[in-house]
Design a binder for this molecule. Structure first.
Ligand SMILES: [Fe+2]
Ligand SMILES: [Fe+2]
Length: 184
C-alpha cells in the first residue's frame, strides 16, 4: 500500500533482508537520525520564525538517535562508521536546488522512513518491533510538519507540483537500491 504521498510501495519481504544483520541496521538507522537532527537545525536558518516548532522535530530526532544508540550499546556494540546512505545521498541531489525542493525532500525521507518502520515493526520481534512501532508515528508527524512548512510559504499548486515531481524521482531512486541491512 502506498502511504503519505509516496509513489511506490516496498515489498514486505524487504524487512526480512533488512533484519538479517540487526547491528548494521541499527547503525545505519542511528546515523540517519543523527543527520535528520542536523538537517533540521540547518532549516532554522531559512525559517527563523519557525525555530521553536523545528526544534521540537530536532529534539525528537535526537531522542530517536539516543534510543537506537542505546540498543546498540545493549548489544555491546558502538556506532559503526557512517556507511553513507545511498538513498538519502541520491535523493538530496535529485530535483532542483530550491528551498521548497529541499523541504519536500526532507518530507519524502520522513514518508519513506514511516513506511519502512511500519514494515520493520511487523517483521521484527521484541525490542526492535517496539522501537519501530514507536518511531513510525513520530516520522509521520515530521512528514506532516515539513508539508505544513512548505504550504505556509509557497502557493499550494507550486508545492503540489514539486512534491509530485520529487516523489516520482524518489520512487525511481528507491527502486534502484539493493536491499540490505539499512532503513532505505
Ligand atoms: Fe527520526
Ligand atoms: Fe523524522
Amino acid at each position: 500500500m502506498r502511504v503519505l504521498g509516496l509513489k511506490s510501495s516496498t515489498d514486505s519481504a524487504w524487512a526480512q533482508t533488512a533484519l538479517e544483520d540487526e547491528v548494521a541496521l541499527l547503525s545505519d538507522h542511528a546515523h540517519l537520525e543523527r543527520k535528520a537532527a542536523g538537517h533540521g537545525m540547518s532549516l532554522i536558518g531559512w525559517f527563523p520564525e519557525q525555530a521553536p516548532a523545528i526544534l521540537e522535530v530536532v529534539r525528537e530526532e535526537m531522542e530517536h538517535f539516543e534510543r537506537v544508540y542505546a540498543l546498540l550499546a545493549e548489544r555491546g556494540e558502538v556506532l559503526g562508521p557512517d556507511g553513507g546512505n545511498p538513498y538519502v545521498r541520491r535523493l538530496m541531489r535529485a530535483g532542483d536546488k530550491t528551498l521548497l525542493s529541499r523541504v519536500l525532500r526532507m518530507g519524502l525521507v520522513e514518508a519513506r522512513s514511516y513506511e519502512r518502520f511500519s514494515l520493520l515493526a511487523d517483521a521484527a520481534s521484541g525490542q526492535l518491533a517496539q522501537l519501530y512501532a514507536d518511531l513510525r508515528e513520530s516520522e509521520a508527524g515530521h512528514h506532516a510538519f515539513f508539508l505544513k512548512l512548505a504550504y505556509g510559504r509557497w502557493p499550494r499548486p507550486e508545492v503540489q507540483a514539486c512534491w509530485q515531481a520529487l516523489a516520482t524521482l524518489e520512487a525511481e531512486i528507491v527502486a534502484g537500491i539493493e536491499w540490505g541491512p539499512r532503513i532505505h
